[in-house]
Write a protein that binds this ligand. Structure first.
Ligand code: BES
Ligand code: ZN
Length: 552
């Protein structure tokens, strides 16, 4: 049972969708219909999840009724089926405020001429643009026809031919994805490429040139890539996440285009989801660590194969330190892997715990049983559960059978904090960074700079700026780290850059800490309110909800 869905897939299960939608930029709505194909087990009532949808009609049904909306779950659409009928068609229009859609005006794009639309369905936002059984325990195949204004191109995480789309592998609803804008394509390899606005596409193709090698690296470890093509879509800077693993078409923030491929662990991460997450899927949002913990583990293994163990170790240490920092501020129940989300929005469970504690558990098991045995376990796991959605309990049953007693699994999964005996990532390069004021930074990587900045306690901001000019940094991660330190220490010379950054980027990982730190002083609060008043309209609804909670 998934507490974040009103649907009852145990009674009637949707297995295939046909979408037929017009993208209306003028009204900021999607308008059209979805045909749902059903497998009937018992009963005659089909319950779909919806949020802020206007339902116009339901074809091939005896009747329907839209229930009262719940603030987290949205409104159930109850459809009375005709005897023996195995499909219904719902005609609907989305709301301009749909939580899973962002409508961008031309000034919010790189080209500034055409509008842009993209969806973000994870965790429970698919229901704001398609009425469906919005639970990761249900998988569907789909077909779609999407009409966009002349001059724009629609893309979906699916096989594409013109404005028609087809997803032949069954996927959970949170992976259904659509975007439309002024997009160009560059091939990266025989089965990979990148879509971006014309002015960005060459920089994107340079940045992501190692994508094909990454696909081959995972295949060598964990078995074939099962989705056909792997493309990336670079979104405008308001995209609230780093990346989203939509099948066949990862959505990515432009803030990873650093010019030196130093932030492509994001590609490794979203690609890794093609195995952990998209192939083997968390059945409920309390099992989210099965998606993200496994993915961070695989991501680091990709980095190790492509860029070497030195870089992989640095990324593991950075992740470990950030986990400690974040966990210090979390309540005990949020420091466990299998979290209790009763009464909560699943987006709230998204801390570093499922990511980094999850990855650390797998790293610890690897250390205990040896890499060879662990890799063959993982490969078997992906094969065994391929195209299925599983709970933490099913994972536990499987691993207990395949790898008896590797580590104290119950403690790792159900108790707060990091158990004794956890693997400890270590980086010699970082030890050198810690050894005093640097004299030769010419060969430093982004990772060394990030560690250097985080290591300064307390930082001498003026000296750091004088020596290294961080306020002019072009790498988004280094700039973010520097600006966060500037806010924490009240270093005024960087404040105009803080304001400009918050007005130009909508990635929640950057916004949330900066606004949170600003709100800690009276002057900071005034500045945060002033910036947010101007920036809010440009943020995604998901980021707006997060920052509303911080700034109001
Ligand atoms: N699937 C997540 C993004 C997500 C999680 C969206 C929960 C909505 C709800 C994606 O794979 C992810 O983890 N992205 C990270 C980047 C990654 C390199 C750690 C992000 O966006 O920061
Ligand atoms: Zn992820």
């Amino acid at each position: 049972m998934d507490i974040h869905s009103c649907s009852r897939p145990d009674l009637i299960r949707v297995h295939h969708l046909e979408l037929d939608l017009d993208v209306d930029f003028g009204r900021r709505v999607l308008n059209g219909s979805v045909t749902l194909h059903l497998e009937r087990v018992s009963g005659s009532e089909l319950v779909l999840d919806t949020r802020a949808l206007a339902i116009h009609a339901v074809d091939n049904a005896a009747g329907y009724e839209l229930g009262a909306p719940d603030p987290i779950l949205g409104a159930p659409l109850r459809i009375q089926l005709l005897p023996d009928q195995t499909w219904v068609r719902v005609h609907y229009t989305t709301s301009p405020q749909a939580s899973g859609l962002q409508w961008l005006d031309p000034p919010q794009t790189a080209g500034r001429i055409h509008p842009f639309l993209y969806t973000q369905s994870q965790a429970i936002h698919a229901r704001s643009w398609i009425p469906l059984q919005d639970t990761p325990s249900v998988r569907v195949t789909f077909e779609a026809e999407i009409r966009v204004p002349a001059g724009l191109r629609a893309v979906m995480g699916a096989e594409m031919s013109g404005n028609r789309f087809r997803m032949p592998q069954p996927i959970p609803s949170y992976l259904i994805a659509l975007a439309a804008g002024d997009l160009e394509f560059r091939a990266l390899g025989p089965r990979s490429g990148v879509y971006a606005e014309p002015s960005m596409v060459d920089a994107a193709a340079y940045e992501f040139a190692d994508t094909e090698a990454m696909i081959e690296a995972v295949e060598a470890m964990y078995g074939p890539y099962r989705w056909g093509r792997y493309d990336l879509l670079v979104l405008p800077p308001s995209f609230p996440f780093g990346g989203m693993e939509n099948p066949r078409l990862t959505f990515a923030t432009p803030t990873v285009i650093a010019g030196d491929r130093s932030l492509v662990s994001l590609v490794a991460h979203e690609l890794a989801h093609s195995w952990s997450g998209n192939l083997v899927t968390n059945a409920t949002w309390s099992d989210f660590w099965l998606n993200e913990g496994f993915t961070v583990y695989v991501e680091r293994r990709i980095i190790e194969r492509i860029y070497g163990p030195v870089r992989a170790a640095m990324e593991a240490v950075l992740g470990r330190r950030q986990l400690d920092d974040e966990m210090a501020g979390l309540r005990e129940p949020d420091r466990v892997l299998h979290i209790d989300l009763a009464g909560r929005d699943p987006d709230d469970g998204c801390t570093l715990v499922p990511y980094e504690k999850g990855a650390l558990l797998l790293r610890t098991i690897e250390q205990s049983v040896g890499r060879e045995r662990f890799d063959s376990f993982l490969r078997g796991y992906f094969d065994h559960f391929a195209f299925r959605s599983i709970t933490t309990t099913e994972f536990l049953e499987y691993i207990r059978h395949e790898l008896p007693n590797p580590v104290a699994l119950d403690e790792w999964i159900f108790r707060p904090g990091i158990p004794a005996g956890a693997a400890e990532p270590h980086s010699d390069a970082f030890e050198r960074v810690e050894s005093g004021w640097p004299t030769d930074t010419g060969a430093w990587s982004t990772h060394e700079w990030l560690h250097f900045l985080r290591w300064q306690k307390p930082p001498d901001m003026a000296r750091l700026e004088g020596a290294f000019h961080f306020t002019d940094a072009r790498n988004s991660e280094i700039l973010f780290q520097w600006l966060l330190m500037a806010v924490k220490t009240g270093y005024q010379p960087a404040f105009p850059r803080v304001a400009a950054f918050l007005k130009s980027v909508g990635r929640r990982k950057f916004l949330k800490p900066l606004y949170t730190e600003l709100m800690k002083t009276p002057e900071g609060q005034a500045l945060a309110r002033e910036i947010y008043a101007q920036a809010r309209a440009g943020y995604h609804p998901i980021a707006q909800a997060t920052i509303d909670g911080i700034v109001k």
